[in-house]
Design a protein around this ligand. Structure first.
Ligand code: NAX
Length: 327
């Protein structure tokens, strides 16, 4: 039998985790032959609720679940983990300014970055889901000098899946038969969902798409899908966010589908002229537990403009918290 993966999840009593933990424990993330130990982290105030989550996990009698540990601090929770999913974050409160939100999360993700540095496995893979996810991932990495920046990623896979779902529905094709969709930039309404290279059953879809639909309906719809769901459900995306996290980690660990790419927010290495030092969503391919940014995709003026707008937003976020980061 394989050795269990130790997986930390923060915000473990929250809505996304309520789907995510059960999917991880049933083998959806790392396969039906990979045992797991869950190290669940919450704020002290939410530990009672977290005990309820642990009871439900126990009541599922998952054969792959080899242990559940509950922690009210990152230092104990990240001990020896090979994977860390940072889902918990400070939500935007009433009257709170964007810069206050960035600063409060900078504090949380600085501490978590240090704890990962000091207590996690040296090859830990980190996925940040909690918003502002890209900048939070950058902050955590900057506080983890012994870990490679390549170990820190943020989630744009939900946006990627949304783009495939909405495009597939529009052209009458199952999302699984679509390839080469990409999301560029920030996980925010400035993101650029890009279908210029998309294929259905291996054939380009652009020739049969109305450009006006792409520009005026598709792109804004994907960008604002989170808001559309809150309006309809009265609650933010949870099950689909958990699916995004499952897909992201599975592909990173086990490899993405041959002949296709997926979207991940990773540190920019300057590819496509995007500034280094920010965590930006790129099309990537994953193999042997690593990802690489897909090179050489054609970028026209319109795409360049959109990629730049979302890059600018990330540079602004970085500038707003730079003074809180270690040099
Ligand atoms: P919930 O408010 O339901 O749960 C968040 C949980 O995190 C709470 O139980 C809270 O006690 C806990 N928490 C807060 N600070 C913590 C800390 N320092 N350590 C440990 N736990 C902490 O939110 P939920 O709907 O689960 O969403 C979680 C985060 O995901 C939010 O920041 C949300 O904005 C973000 N999202 C990101 C998405 C993405 O694609 N990157 C999409 C979905 C989601 O909106």
């Amino acid at each position: 039998m394989k050795r269990p993966f130790r997986i930390a999840v923060t915000g473990a009593a929250g809505s996304i985790s309520n789907s995510l933990l059960f999917r991880i424990a049933s083998g959806d993330m790392f396969g039906k032959d990979q045992p797991v130990i869950l190290q669940l982290i919450e704020r002290a105030e939410a530990m009672q609720a977290l005990r309820g989550v642990a009871m439900e996990l126990e009541d599922c009698a998952f054969p792959l679940l080899h242990g559940v540990r509950l922690h009210d601090n990152a230092e104990d929770g990240f001990r020896n983990v090979s994977h860390a999913l940072l889902v918990g974050a400070k939500p935007r409160g009433k009257g709170m300014e964007r810069k206050d939100l960035l600063a409060e999360n900078a504090e949380i993700f600085s501490r978590q970055g240090k704890a990962l540095n000091d207590f996690a496995n040296p090859d830990v893979k980190v996925l940040v889901v909690g918003n502002p996810a890209n900048t939070n991932a950058m902050i955590a990495s900057r506080n983890a000098p012994d870990l490679s920046p390549a170990q820190f990623t943020a989630m744009s896979r939900l946006d990627h899946n949304r783009a495939k779902g909405i495009l597939g529905n529009h052209i009458g094709v199952n999302a699984g038969d679509l390839t080469h969709v990409a999301v560029w930039g920030n996980h925010s309404p400035t993101q650029y969902p890009d279908v210029r290279n998309a294929k259905a059953f291996g054939e380009p879809v652009m020739p049969s798409l109305d450009q006006k639909w792409v520009e005026e309906t598709f792109i804004p719809r994907v960008q604002k899908r989170g808001g559309e769901i809150i309006e309809a459900r009265g609650l933010s995306s949870a099950a689909s966010a958990a699916q995004g996290a499952i897909d992201h980690m599975r592909d990173w660990e086990l490899g993405s589908r041959d002949g296709d790419f997926v979207s991940m927010c990773v540190f920019s290495d300057g590819s496509y002229g995007i500034a280094k030092g920010i965590v930006y969503s790129f099309p990537v391919r994953c193999r042997y537990g690593r990802y690489e940014i897909v090179q050489g995709l054609p970028i026209d003026d319109e795409a360049r403009k959109r990629m730049k707008a979302t890059e600018d937003e990330l540079l602004e976020e970085k500038a707003a918290i730079e003074h809180l980061l270690p040099k």
